[in-house]
Design a protein around this ligand. Structure first.
Ligand SMILES: [Fe+2]
Length: 308
């Protein structure tokens, strides 16, 4: 029997009594979908998954990203599986050894940010390496009415250059990452397509508000980031091997806490559900030139097709 038990006030619930590697009943899938919309972060402990069964399960919730915008650590045979690991390969550090170490929502620096993300834990350090989540509905709702009205009319520039530790992954990876991910513009407040609620969509990868200078934007972005990650709006997940954690990127931000011994292995596999086309390039012509001279128009679909 599927059982749903909240583990955090702001977000997070634990779901037991289900084997995600098995064929899922429509009733269980519907219960999981409803819990996901209500609790934003789902934890399925003690699962036995491999890359193929992870893909099979997460496909129930929509089309998966093939990680064309970050091809560095895809699974060698399955493009839809991304490997988050600090294991070295061919004597080189993994390009994902320090992924996710500032507060963000996945792929917000692309035109089509991830709707959901699922991460399965294969190996973990003896202590540390947790993942923290914050509820961005609550972050929005707990702002003053005047601040909410101010943000409702604003758009933000999301810049992949602001990914914490990007340059530490080496110039080859960092430069290619920037080339494939020119700055994009998204609304500062997102209307969630399924819940109909508004969520703050500002995080530590936002450079500035469109129409405001970086100097004007910086203190507001800093305030909003601090406001949204206050402890009472968060849930902290302490990983166990076999956990599958699945979250909604449209209304949460998260942080991979880098507080573990780098000599110990942290190894996880991930899929990302494709979200709606939500953004546009800050400068479509520059984006087209740096991405290989593909001709783009201001038409959203044409520009978006660069990421297909
Ligand atoms: Fe992430």
């Amino acid at each position: 029997m599927l059982s749903i038990q909240p583990v955090g006030f702001a977000c997070g619930t634990r779901i037991t009594g289900v084997d995600l590697s098995a064929r899922m009943s429509p009733a269980d899938l519907e219960a999981i979908r409803a819990a996901w919309l209500e609790h934003l972060v789902l934890v399925f402990p003690a699962q036995t998954l491999d890359p193929r069964s992870l893909v099979a399960f997460t496909r129930h919730f929509g089309e998966l990203d093939d990680y064309a915008t970050q091809p560095f650590n895809r699974h060698p045979e399955i493009n839809e599986v991304f490997v988050l690991t600090n294991k070295r390969s061919n004597g080189k550090p993994s390009p994902t050894y320090n992924s996710g170490q500032n507060w963000h929502t996945d792929l917000s620096y692309t035109l089509r940010p991830a709707k959901g993300t699922s991460v399965y834990c294969i190996e973990k350090p003896s202590v540390g390496g947790d993942t923290m989540f914050a509820n961005m509905y609550l972050a929005y709702e707990r702002l003053s009415p005047k601040m909410r009205a101010f943000l409702d009319g604003l758009e933000c520039v999301h810049d992949a250059s602001l990914i914490e530790g990007l340059d530490k992954r080496g110039p080859e990876v960092a430069n290619e990452f920037r080339r494939l991910n020119p700055p994009v513009v998204h609304p500062a407040v997102r209307l969630h397509a399924e819940s109909g609620r508004k969520a703050l969509y500002v995080n530590e990868r936002v450079r500035n508000f469109l129409g405001l200078s970086e100097a004007e934007s910086r203190p507001i972005v800093k305030f909003l980031c601090e406001h949204s990650i206050q402890p009472r709006l968060t849930y902290r997940h302490y990983w166990s091997v076999g956990d599958l954690v699945m979250w909604d990127n449209r209304c949460t931000v998260h942080l991979a806490v880098g507080d573990y011994d780098p000599a110990e292995i942290r190894h996880m596999i991930r899929t990302s559900g494709m979200g709606d086309y939500y953004g546009r390039y800050l400068d479509p012509e520059v984006a087209a030139a740096q991405m290989g001279g593909v001709s783009v128009s201001k038409d959203k679909k044409t520009v978006a097709s660069l990421h297909d």
